[in-house]
Structures are given as C-alpha cells and as structure tokens.
Design a protein around this ligand. Structure first.
Ligand code: DP6
Length: 358
C-alpha cells in the first residue's frame, strides 16, 4: 500500500447507556460463551446519564489494535475483547466512500487494526454495570464502522460475549435477555420488551453510596455462587421463570405495585444467593432497603422499588416525580451531605443532578 493511501482514518462514535436488571442474571452455564442459567429483564437508563461513549477508528496506518479507557491505555488482550473483535470482523461488509476514495473489501477488514477510545461518565466497576454499557457500545460502534448488516439481536449475542449484561444495553426501555437453549449460544440474545416511551412516569434515582471498586467482580462472584450455593439452582429453575412471566406482565400493564414487589424480591433473592456462596459475598447497603421497605409499607401502595447489583450503590425506581422528590428527602436524612457515606443522588428521569454532596 502506498503512503498516500495510508492517510485516511474512518471513525464512528456511539453512546450507550447502562442497564439495570430488575430480574437478575447471576450464574453461567458456559463461561466462555457467557451463557446464563436464567432469563433476565432490565431497564435501560436515559442516555444522558450513566453512559459510555466510545469512538472507534480504523486506518491502514495503524499497526496494532489499541484501546484507551477513561484516557488510560487499556489492554485488549483479554479473551472477551478478542472475541467481540473477531465476531464483528467476521461479519464486516464491503465499504465504499467514493468521495474520499476509500474502498475496503470484506477480506481487507480482517487485516485492518482499530483504535478504541472509551469513556464512562460514572464509576467503573462499582456495581453500576459499567461493563454492560462498555461492551454494548463497543460492539455497536465497531459494527457501524465495519458496515455490519446484522440486526440488533445478533449484535446483542456478540455484546453478550463481552459481558453478559451488555446484551440488554443495545435497547432502550425494557429488555429481556433470553437464556436460550443451544450450546453454541446462537439463541441467547436480548430482545426489547417495551420502548423508552412506554412507562415514562418512572423516575430512576441512583444513590452512589460508594464509588470504590467492588471487592468481588460479578464474574468471579457468580462463578463461586454456581459452584457452592445450594439455593442458586432453585432460584434459576423454580423462581426466576415464574418471575419473568410476571415481570413482563407488570411492565406491559405499567403495574407499579407488581413491578416493585418483583424487583425488590428479586434483588433480595440475588443477594441471598450471594450470602449463600462460600465464602459469602456481601454487596448491598441495608440502610436504604430498610428506609424504602418502611416507607412502602406505610403507604397504601408502594412508592419506590429498589434493586442492587454487585455493589453497594442502590438503584431506586420511583413511581413518579412526586415519589422521587420524597425519596430524595428521605435519602438525605439517612445520608446527610458531607457525611462519611459520600452520597450523590442523581435523578435520572428528570435529566438533572439534584444533589451531589460528594
Ligand atoms: C448483578 O454482566 O457484569 O449486574 O457476564 O461475567 O461480565 P459477566 O457479568 P456481568 O454481571 C452482571 C450481574 C448483575 C445482574 C444483571 O445485570 O443482570
């Protein structure tokens, strides 16, 4: 290739929000392909908050694949990154830009290197599903760059191989990750249950109790749970399948009492199987649970649902803006500004940061 033809650079930038599971994925039946032991359901947050922005570039002048995460060089050596890159490259299609004189054939994509710059606007690995937004965004951006024609279901099965929960972040609104039956994972994909307009009364408040990195990663934690917990099989086989049906119905009917009951129960059962793991895993913050439980019980019907992922930060889903404002008052009572707890509360649906006491 001559020096002139090495001058071009093609770039694509994508932005993907994180998603919060309201029926949790916890446990794999295949560690390499990332195949789960149960279906899961999530809500995808507003793109303005808690999202990853990823720019991907390709040029004949790049001599290796490189990545920067939050401005720091980041190794792409891990199997998960390599698998996503390989899957996308194998689906790349011919690309032609007559004006710029760029022509890349399907075959040539395999030998072109990419540069990836990714930025999270929220704490990485603190139980706020940073890997979900990260891999979903990476796969989506690479697919656009390499002119991949496959649908979102297929892209979700590629993102899944980066991080399980990432497959759900390719959709707005509510998404379901179908665990699938095939050994090769071809039917383990995410689908959209309802779009972002379907239930727009909901206000999601994230209480960042700590932005420290979690002690046990989800990957390690769920492996240990599958290996040692007696409760996990009961959860995956008996409890979750029924909850999935009920949660789909609650979302379809915008039935907040059922939604709240199921989300809180599922979060609590997920943390119960964590506690049933050897050695036990502790993630959540019980002050927030007691506060919400007490409040919900004192009202005619629940005002807020809570759910915790693999970290101490609470995701609180208020039934409407009035409930969200009352919730913030209560949270500030338990975590006053400048207390040790370092609480920052972000009102997601409201598109404004109401309180950042950090
Ligand atoms: C508690 O998707 O981070 O957030 O597939 O090993 O990358 P890997 O795990 P990850 O696990 C997320 C677990 C969870 C629940 C959920 O998002 O469903």
């Amino acid at each position: 290739m001559g020096e002139e033809s090495k001058k071009w650079v093609l770039t694509v930038t994508a932005q993907t929000p994180t998603n919060i599971a309201v029926i949790k994925y916890w446990g794999k039946r295949d560690e390499n392909l990332i195949l789960p032991i149960n279906d899961s359901i999530s809500v995808t947050l507003d793109p303005e908050h808690l999202c990853t922005t990823t720019s991907v570039a390709v040029s004949p002048s790049f001599d290796q694949d490189c990545m920067w995460l939050n401005g720091k060089e980041f190794s792409l050596a891990g199997g998960r990154y390599q698998r996503c890159l390989k899957e996308i490259r194998s689906r790349a299609c011919d690309y032609v830009d007559e004006k710029k004189g760029i022509k890349i054939t399907k075959k040539e994509w395999e030998n072109l290197h990419v540069h990836i710059a990714s930025y999270n606007n929220f704490p990485t690995a603190a139980g706020l599903a940073s890997s979900a937004a990260g891999f979903a965004c990476l796969v989506f951006a690479l697919a656009k760059l390499m002119n991949v024609k496959d649908d979102l279901g297929t892209l979700s099965s590629i993102a899944r191989q980066g991080s399980g929960s990432a497959c759900r972040s390719l959709y707005g609104g509510f998404a379901k990750w179908i665990m699938g039956k095939n050994d090769n994972g071809s039917d383990s994909i995410a689908v959209q249950l309802a779009d972002e307009k379907h239930w727009d009364d909901l206000v999601i408040v994230i209480a960042v109790v700590s932005s420290r990195q979690k002690e046990t990663s989800s990957t390690t934690g769920m492996r240990e749970t599958v290996e040692t917990s007696m409760l996990i099989q009961h959860r995956a086989k008996e409890v979750v399948p029924k909850r999935i049906v009920e949660m789909e119905e609650a979302i379809k009917n915008r039935d907040f009492p059922s939604f709240s009951r199921l989300a809180c129960a599922d979060s609590n059962q997920f943390h119960a199987v964590c506690l049933d793991t050897l050695p036990p895993i502790f993630y959540m913050n019980d002050t927030i649970i007691s506060c919400v439980e007490k409040w919900n019980r004192s009202e005619e019907s629940p005002q807020v649902a809570y759910t915790f992922d693999a970290g101490p930060n609470a995701v609180l889903i208020a039934r409407n803006r009035k409930a969200a404002a009352l919730l913030l008052q209560r949270l500030l009572f338990f975590f006053p500004p400048h207390s040790d707890a370092d609480l920052s509360s972000y009102v997601i649906g409201d598109k404004s940061i109401l309180q950042d006491a950090g």
